[in-house]
Design a binder for this molecule. Structure first.
Ligand code: ZN
Length: 73
């Protein structure tokens, strides 16, 4: 896979990313598998990963201000 920003090769890695799920809720997903550009650090989530992320995020209570979840494949 190549970076859509700069065209350099991307490598698979794991990272922690924050997601804002509502006006006041932030969810941090730990150890998320992504493809990251070696040149500009742009990253892409695979469709299957994104689906799992959406499932995880949908379970988070909207009354929570901060949730930290571990992405488990
Ligand atoms: Zn790039």
């Amino acid at each position: 896979m190549k970076c859509r920003i700069c065209g350099n090769p991307m490598k698979s890695t794991v990272t922690d990313l924050p997601f804002k799920t509502s006006e006041r809720t932030i969810v941090i997903l730990k150890q998320l598998p992504v493809s990251q550009c070696l040149n500009c650090n742009e990253y892409i989530l695979d469709d299957s990963v994104m689906e799992h992320v959406e499932k995880l995020l949908s379970k988070v209570s909207e009354s929570a201000e901060l949730e930290i979840l571990r992405y488990a494949a």
